[in-house]
Design a protein around this ligand. Structure first.
Ligand code: ZN
Length: 514
């Protein structure tokens, strides 16, 4: 019987030589929103990210700086932690593949493949891209033998290697895809992966001896494991494989690996085959999101890799950053970033729809009720019922996060935000105050504040800072991070008589662009 009791989500491990850009931020924020959402509905969650610190590029970059590879990766590792802090990522673990737990786990895993007869030695020769750390077939090269990803010349490498019998697993992989059509999502990626396997698999190199910056092959001195047989294994070694069996049993199989579509083959073909060879369950799902493209004139001199998350966070704030990419782009598809569309989202969705609503409601509670949430003495009517329907739609819509449909989840959530705006407009508490309809006024303002409390809870996976600020304005006695759905999404949990504070605007007017 499975001991799994934890929702486990991962990002790819990042290449430390890179400078964190909005592409890294995109995957990481999405994983964080999923993790926060699962915590909000009461799950135990394990959210893993990390860095891939082995390989020839690291050796070369270190050499160029006059450092050892370890000194080099130690020196540049903080920039990844800084990105996590900047984007308010609440990961539970951060694996560095240079850690001992990773080395131990990789060796234990690969020993199984060796013992099962799935590894053998042969001489390999072929086109090799140093940046990808991958061999290609001649057919895969583009434009006069360039790497299809990097568009730069490849090397030709020949070496005695350990090989993994990937070809042996083609039938089992096709059976997996047949039985679990959502193993890879979205569907277009599943079809791509299936076609790749149907086209026939060749065995792949699992070790090399040209350099020693990697996890040593225990039975073959002078060899280290080939990069994917090191990097992919982070998902199990960080979860406890080979070092903490009890922890591993609670987490594995992983619920979803979030990746970019450029590394789908490694995650959806190599990785499940390697797990099968090691007698370990395959992931529940591999989800490949699209590429971020850069549109809009202001950013046209730059490109996606040139935009750092900090540039955007400094101008728009972290909440808008997290909201924008998930609201603007369908996660499984390619999408364009532009400064203008981000400004538009900030102004329309955040400052106007949400920020003004908060300000307006709290202003009225301050003016009409001495800043104390009134007792809802009036009877709920049609307006309250309509608002209830909007809320139901938002709560159901948020479950789209489980299918990585962030855009839909946020659209449905904004149905409720708009609904509260309409409600306030229709009930017109400023008129009720004038005419002395105190029961109706109390009912209206209580409902509006209660709606703001629910909004704070519902936005918290996507906009954790704004959610905390809103929560604080409402003067609620309990902590936001203790709230759980569905209870916290029900009406009437705001205590009567608590004191609200308007404070600073939730989404102030943007500074002029420098
Ligand atoms: Zn390449």
């Amino acid at each position: 019987m499975s001991a799994k009791d934890t929702f486990y989500v991962t990002t790819p491990i990042y290449y430390p030589n890179d400078i964190p850009h909005i592409g890294h931020g995109y995957t990481t924020v999405a994983a964080d929103v999923l993790a926060r959402w699962r915590r909000l509905i009461g799950d135990r969650v394990h959210f893993l990210t990390g860095t891939d610190e082995h390989g020839l590029n690291i050796v070369r970059a270190a050499g160029a700086r006059g450092m050892t590879p370890q000194e080099h990766v130690d020196d540049i590792n903080p920039r990844w932690h800084e990105m996590l802090v900047t984007l308010r990522i609440a990961n539970d673990d951060f694996i560095r593949t240079t850690e001992q737990r990773h080395t131990s786990g990789v060796q234990a895993f690969m020993q199984r493949l060796h013992d099962n007869g799935d590894l053998y030695t042969a001489t390999y020769s072929g086109p090799y891209c140093v940046r990808c750390e991958a061999y290609y077939t001649t057919e895969e090269l583009v434009e006069n033998e360039l790497c299809p990803i990097h568009r730069r010349p490849v090397d030709r490498l020949e070496q005695e290697n350990w090989f993994f019998r990937l070809s042996k697993y083609a039938p089992a992989l096709l059976e997996l895809f047949e039985q679990r059509p959502d193993f890879v999502q979205p569907d277009v990626r599943m079809n791509e992966v299936r076609a790749f396997v149907e086209g026939g698999l060749t065995d792949i190199s699992a070790s090399r001896s040209a350099f020693d910056w990697g996890v040593p092959v225990p039975w073959e001195p002078g060899h280290v494991f080939y990069v994917w047989f090191d990097a992919l294994l982070n998902y199990v070694t960080a979860a406890g494989f080979g070092t903490d069996d009890a922890a591993f049993a609670r987490r594995w199989p992983v619920d979803v690996h979030l990746i970019g579509k450029d590394i789908i083959r490694f995650h959806a073909v190599y990785w499940p085959a390697m797990l099968m060879a090691a007698d370990i369950e395959v992931p529940r799902q591999v989800y490949a999101h699209g590429f971020l493209l850069v549109g809009g004139e202001k950013m046209s001199k730059s490109n996606a890799t040139g935009i750092r998350p900090t540039e955007l966070v400094e101008h728009f704030g972290v909440d808008c950053y997290r909201y924008y990419f998930l609201r603007e782009i369908s996660f499984g598809h390619d999408g364009s970033f532009s400064w203008e569309s981000m400004e538009q989202r900030y102004t329309t969705d955040l400052a106007n729809d949400l920020g003004n609503l908060v300000n307006r409601v709290l202003n009225m509670v301050s003016s009409y009720c001495d800043a104390r949430v009134p007792d809802p003495t009036g009877e709920p009517g049609e307006a309250e019922a309509a608002l209830g329907e909007d809320l139901d739609r938002a709560v159901v819509g948020l479950q789209s996060i489980d299918r990585l449909e962030f855009k839909k989840a946020l659209e449905d959530l904004w149905v409720f935000v708009s609904g509260v705006n309409r409600y306030v407009e229709a009930r017109a508490p400023w008129k009720l105050n004038k005419t002395g309809a105190s029961d109706d006024l109390a009912r209206c303002l209580y409902t509006a504040v209660d709606a703001l409390r629910i909004i704070a809870v519902l936005i918290s996976p996507v906009m954790p800072v704004a959610a905390e600020r809103l929560w604080a304005k409402l003067g609620l006695p309990s902590a936001l991070d203790e709230q759980r759905l569905p209870d916290a999404g029900r009406w009437g949990a705001t205590p009567v008589g608590v004191t609200v504070q308007r404070g600073d605007l939730l989404f102030p007017k943007l500074e002029e662009q420098p």
